[in-house]
Design a protein around this ligand. Structure first.
Ligand SMILES: NC(=O)c1ccc[n+]([C@@H]2O[C@H](COP(=O)([O-])OP(=O)(O)OC[C@H]3O[C@@H](n4cnc5c(N)ncnc54)[C@H](O)[C@@H]3O)[C@@H](O)[C@H]2O)c1
Ligand SMILES: [Fe+2]
Length: 388
């Protein structure tokens, strides 16, 4: 029998400029009578005024909203457990995550901690969450992880110096608001890193061993949107058009990876985040061209297929030439977006490389998706390319 493909995402998506202003009137989409919520966010997002506006809007709809801003970027298990402990004694009808991937992932985890009698560590892995969480409303403010539409949440394990995922359909949100206005003030380095993370999701999904017609559709549209807008969003952050394309591209990237999974770029990035605190998007964009070069002989045709959506003129080119142009375009972007290219600027030294490779080799969930097997020696070689 031909392979079967499955796809599941958020229950409802409300998308458009200023859609944040309609959260109150869409609460019924959660399927429960919402009278009290906890908004999970971070100080830098609160300072932009969105949280206060949301609290007032909810109050006008008769909903009491508490706010917790203590989520750390790329949170550790302990950070999330502390936030959960602070929720004790309160009963919320729904959780609202307003932020980047760190906030969205935390919100998903808090939702299932509330209903399952498990610690976070017991849930690490795939399909280990037994019961649905309390309803969540996810509102991304970066473009981004696409975490608003994925069943994944990533946590940092400081003792193992690694980042690990929980994957469960029970963490999919009830409602998502896609509002590009929230991303207009994203600082340049965050625009660059999170934008390249989104692109990496789509490209890795497109070359994944698990790529399929459903994930391909989202991956290609995401690649098209991000390629058309990433430089503009970086250089002219107040362009609503560019920000909107980036946010849709990021959401479609999340859908692509839900269907096909990311691969070796993400696997090699996790130890860089876990041990050296390199931001997720920065680690991915540093690794992306090198991992694509490593994969090249297995993915030439797939890269040829993304060249046109990336705006590359392929007329008269062989697929091999077009594939090389794709990697060159990615390198060009990392230069324009001023993404660091040297791991030593983050304190990584040659002697750290074997341990980084061993850590990355444990991320089999993602390495299994890579079109080529990646040995420890291969991983060391890729890390060393960033240590010139
Ligand atoms: N669940 C998934 O499917 C998935 C996919 C990819 C990555 N991730 C995870 O998501 C996390 C990274 O998320 P991220 O890249 O969105 O970064 P982030 O959430 O860590 O945010 C980065 C910084 O930007 C700030 N910020 C966010 N929105 C802002 C705005 N609109 N204006 C100003 N500042 C803003 C945040 O406060 C934070 O300091 C990592 O832990 C990564 O592993 C999850
Ligand atoms: Fe990512």
């Amino acid at each position: 029998m031909q392979a079967l493909y499955q796809f599941q995402t958020a229950d409802h998506i409300v998308a458009g400029r200023n859609s944040l202003q309609t959260v109150g009137e869409h609460l019924h989409l959660t399927g429960v009578d919402v009278k009290s919520v906890l908004i999970i966010t971070q100080p830098s997002i609160k300072s932009l005024g969105f949280v206060d506006a949301l609290v007032s809007q909810l109050a006008a709809n008769g909903v009491k909203a508490d706010v917790n801003t203590s989520i750390l970027p790329e949170p550790t298990v302990e950070n999330i457990e502390q936030v959960f402990a602070n929720m004790a004694g309160e009963s919320y009808d729904a959780l609202i995550g307003l932020g980047g991937g760190s906030v969205l992932d935390t919100t998903k985890i808090l939702s299932v901690l509330t209903t399952n009698d498990n610690s976070i560590r017991e849930l690490l892995g795939t399909d280990l969450v037994k019961k649905p969480g309390i309803p969540t409303i996810l509102i991304p403010t970066t473009s981004g992880t696409g975490a608003e539409v994925t069943p994944n949440a990533i946590v940092t394990l400081p003792d193992e110096e690694l980042k690990v995922g929980i994957v469960s359909k029970h963490m999919l949100p009830k409602v998502v608001f896609i509002d590009p206005m929230l991303t207009l003030g994203l600082p340049k380095p965050i625009t660059a890193a999170t934008g390249m993370d989104a692109f990496t999701h789509s490209l890795e999904s497109f070359i994944s061993n698990k790529a399929n017609p459903i994930s391909d559709m989202f991956a290609l549209e995401s690649i098209r949107l991000i390629s058309a807008s990433i430089v503009e969003a970086y250089q002219n952050g107040s362009s609503v058009e560019a920000r909107e394309k980036m946010l849709f591209g990021s959401m479609y990237g999340g859908m692509a990876l839900t269907g096909a999974g990311t691969a070796a770029v993400h696997a090699l990035a996790y130890p860089l985040g876990g041990k050296f605190k390199i931001a997720h998007g920065v680690a991915n964009s540093m690794l992306l061209p090198h991992v694509m070069e490593f994969n090249m002989d297995a993915i030439e045709d797939r890269l040829y297929q993304v060249a046109e959506p990336m705006g590359i003129q392929v007329q008269g080119m062989t697929s091999a030439q077009a594939a090389v142009k794709v990697v060159e375009r990615i390198v060009e972007w990392t230069k324009i977006l001023e993404i660091p290219q040297d791991l030593s600027s983050f304190g990584v030294q040659q002697q750290d490389v074997p341990e980084l490779a061993i850590s990355a080799s444990k991320v089999t969930r993602l390495l299994n998706n890579n079109p080529k097997a990646v040995s420890l020696q291969d991983m060391e070689m890729i890390y060393r390319k960033l240590l010139t």
